[in-house]
Design a protein around this ligand. Structure first.
Ligand code: MRU
Length: 358
């Protein structure tokens, strides 16, 4: 998608310099900077510090991490160790484990040119992600069209949480892909963007990317969605996910569960958009999904522009105040209207998921 009118992907391999290029998302929305990852440690750091974030992008970046690992040593036991190191970097998004396992499977019996084989698999992972997200967009577009027609809407109001946009994937996004497709099909859309404390992925990333695509959107504080739903100002919710258990429970950015409850109470469709790489077939219950706990400093330290347009970081409460920063929550499948996947739309339960991906 576009930034300042130019097309970008979130990650790509620079074959001339043999580095991986990413957009440093910790600097957005105030600075757009492309940086190079040159080593395995660079990759781990980029994932941990959230220079890259969003489940599919974390997975793709981790795959490139395996490429850098193989440049150090290409024996399989070493690569398994490095895969485990990567898996610890961010525990909730299953795409990370999915991607490194895929690389390990690919090179299990390979003895020659291991690094080249891994690199080509990384490229495949990225291309497949783009195509899955575009398909999610096409399937989600049908839902948007249907709701707009049924409710005879001039403009459809869609609420989303966190950033499940193209910045969280390689391109298109998951939750935003149907929105981009609708906009391209001349459907009037307006997006309510949850700010998404504490890291504000909604206000600093989702709104930013929608603005650059010229899609009307309004940032709201995280607690506003419920009231807007009661007032009839939300027609549809679409969110992304970091992991869906085999029974259809959904791990996503903290606060998603509360939005799903409010949507349920107000009879508003609540869809979760995901590529199949986000399904954890090994887990039967969402309550078993590991929840990442991040530094409590993320709650306290806020960055923004000062009067001279310089980025400053400030503390918003005394350092001695205790805080807890859980990054994700679990929305039980019963509150999810459906899953928008690359294969189509299905109900949020074990049978429907199995049927769709059999
Ligand atoms: O902590 P983040 O920014 O990595 O969290 C991102 C989300 O919660 C997204 O909704 C999820 O990864 C889906 S991305 C298509």
């Amino acid at each position: 998608m576009k930034i300042n009118g130019s097309n970008y992907k979130t990650i790509w391999f620079d074959s001339k310099d043999k580095v991986v290029k990413i957009i440093d998302q910790t600097l957005l929305p105030f600075e757009f900077k492309i940086i190079s990852l040159r080593t395995f440690d660079d990759v781990v750091r980029a994932i941990k510090t959230m220079q890259v974030r969003g489940a599919p992008l974390i997975g793709a970046t981790a795959a490139y991490g395996m490429y850098f690992a193989s440049l150090l040593k290409d024996d399989f036991v070493f690569l398994e160790q490095k895969a485990n190191e990567l898996k610890q970097a961010r525990p909730t998004a299953v795409n990370l484990a999915w991607a490194v396992e895929r690389i390990l499977q690919k090179v299990k019996n390979v003895t020659n040119n291991v690094s080249e084989v891994i690199l080509s698999e990384c490229e495949k992972i990225c291309l497949e992600d783009i195509s899955m997200c575009e398909s999610i967009g096409n399937h989600g577009l049908e839902i948007i069209k249907k709701i707009k027609e049924e409710k005879k809407l001039e403009t459809i109001n869609i609420l989303t949480h966190c950033n499940a946009g193209w910045l969280a994937t390689i391109d298109w996004g998951t939750a935003t892909a149907p929105i981009y497709k609708a906009f391209q099909n001349n459907i009037n859309v307006h997006v309510w963007v949850d700010e998404t404390r504490p890291r504000n992925q909604g206000s600093s990333l989702t709104s930013y990317e929608l603005n650059h695509e010229k899609i009307p959107n309004t940032i709201i504080a995280d607690n506003t969605g419920g009231l807007l739903m009661q007032k009839g100002k939300v027609d549809l919710c679409i969110v992304g996910t970091d992991r869906v258990s085999a029974n259809g429970d959904v791990a996503n950015k903290i606060g998603t569960y509360l939005k799903a409850l409010a949507a349920y109470d107000n009879n508003i469709p609540f869809y979760v958009a995901l590529p199949s790489s986000t399904i954890d077939w090994q887990l039967n219950d969402g309550q078993d999904i590991p929840i990442e706990e991040r530094s409590s400093e993320e709650l306290n330290i806020v960055s923004g522009l000062d009067q001279n347009n310089n980025v400053q970081k400030i503390n918003i409460y005394p350092a001695e105040s205790k805080s807890l920063n859980l990054a994700f929550d679990i929305t039980p499948a019963k509150y999810v209207t459906g899953f928008i996947t690359e294969k189509g739309v299905c109900d949020a339960n074990a049978q429907s998921l199995k049927k769709m991906f059999s």
